[in-house]
Write a protein that binds this ligand. Structure first.
Ligand code: NAD
Ligand code: UD1
Length: 344
């Protein structure tokens, strides 16, 4: 198939493009490089042996999008990753997030409609569940009021697709990622956090390599076995493979509904201290950390019920926390000093 991947030079997008090419699909990446680098296209080619087409364009630029759709053979489906994703920044600048994430998606969907492209795999997040009343969280769990503009953009994106299923029979698979981490085994692609990372694992690896002085554990007085927050960390390559399954489900008409939702996690919750311990074990390093205060807005515990994805999508996470820590660390070593563009 010909697959257009928005945000395909980004973290999860790049790993997914590698899997798509590996499965024999032709890929067109559309990305404005607002949070990624063009060399990622070379890296994808190095890993996959085939170079994906790359169009540098902003999703809000309707004309540029039309050109992208008309310049290539008929696009069969779209995987839509392109969005801003920094929770704190979205609180500071909500309009930036509403414009980029929601306007960008609306423009994309309009152009897809005009080009007769009727399906999408959409990147959503477990953040839509907020603090769930029941663990593990399954897809029926209620959507809570979003804690941040970023979270709200993910909820709105889902709702737009739900409405389009009704109005014009548009088919979508919504993938709610838990906590993506890890990198490709080759260490040629991985996450490139901009500035000081907010997320735990890049903060750990940057501390271990000496780019940050010390990790602060955000509170150890929660009602969990060791007092630190629990999350469901999922390897990015496992996530990438799930996108292939979702695409196949759409193209083979195996979707039970025009609008389907799947949780993507391992089903296992790990605490912040367990993540640190696993990192120390696999690397043999001692991490410099201290216990600090709680971080505002953190949910105490969340991990996924993976049964629906296992049974209906035919997908199961195969990589464990040790794999995630090792590949993240190898990637950190490979990437340190790689580019000065944005002090990444
Ligand atoms: P990323 O920032 O690495 O990738 C996003 C890509 O989209 C970047 O390459 C960026 O340049 C591009 N982009 C952003 N706005 C654009 C626009 N208007 N036009 C064209 N390109 C644009 O992020 P990621 O971690 O790969 O996340 C991918 C998707 O998954 C996002 O939708 C994100 O909300 C969602 N998600 C991510 C996580 C996570 O922890 N990484 C968790 C849950 C959901
Ligand atoms: C955050 C976002 C979520 C987003 C997800 C993936 C918030 C409230 N939620 O989730 O919307 O989908 O990232 O990008 O920001 N931690 C530390 N020290 C650090 C960094 C993190 O102790 O320096 C802790 C956190 O408090 C948390 C855990 O590590 O308990 C994981 O944090 P993080 O990687 O930021 O992910 P989430 O909070 O789950």
């Amino acid at each position: 198939m010909n697959i257009l991947v928005t945000g395909g030079t980004g973290y999860i997008g790049s790993h997914t493009v590698v899997e798509l090419i590996g499965a024999g699909h032709d890929v067109v990446i559309v990305d404005n490089l607002s949070n990624s680098e063009e060399f990622v296209v070379d890296r994808i080619e190095q890993i996959a042996g085939i170079r994906p087409a790359f169009v540098k364009a902003d999703l809000r630029d309707e004309n540029a999008l039309r050109t992208a759709f008309s310049d290539f053979e008929k696009i069969d489906s779209v995987i839509h990753f392109a969005a801003f994703k920094a929770v704190g920044e979205s609180v500071q600048n909500p309009l930036l997030y509403y414009d980029n994430n929601i306007s960008g998606m609306i423009t994309l969907l309009k152009v897809m409609n005009d080009f007769g492209v009727g399906s999408m795999v959409y990147s959503s997040s477990c953040t839509v569940y907020g603090e769930s009343d029941k663990l593990p969280v399954d897809e029926q769990s209620p959507i809570k009021r979003a804690e941040s503009p970023y979270g709200f953009t993910k909820q709105v994106g889902e709702r737009i697709l739900e409405d389009l299923a009704v109005s014009r029979g548009f088919s979508s698979v919504i993938l709610r990622y838990f906590n993506p981490t890890g990198a490709h085994d080759t260490s040629l692609i991985g996450e490139l956090p901009l500035g000081v990372p907010n997320n735990l694992v890049p903060y750990i690896t940057q501390t271990a390599i000496g780019e940050r002085e010390m990790l602060t554990v955000n509170g150890n007085d929660y009602d969990t076995p060791d007092g630190t927050n629990i999350r469901d960390y999922i390897h990015v390559v496992d996530l990438a493979v799930a996108h292939l399954r979702a695409l196949e489900r759409l193209s083979e008409g195996k979707n039970a509904d025009k609008f389907e939702v799947f949780n993507l996690g391992t089903g296992k919750g790990n605490s912040v201290m367990e993540v640190i311990k696993t990192f120390e074990e696999v690397t043999g390093l001692k991490l410099n950390y201290r216990i600090g205060p709680r971080r505002a807005g953190d949910v105490v515990s969340i991990y996924s019920d993976t049964r629906k994805a296992n049974e209906q999508l035919g997908w199961k996470a195969e990589r464990n926390l040790a794999d995630m820590m090792l590949t993240s660390w190898n990637w950190q070593k490979a990437v340190s000093g790689l580019n000065e563009k944005s002090n990444r």
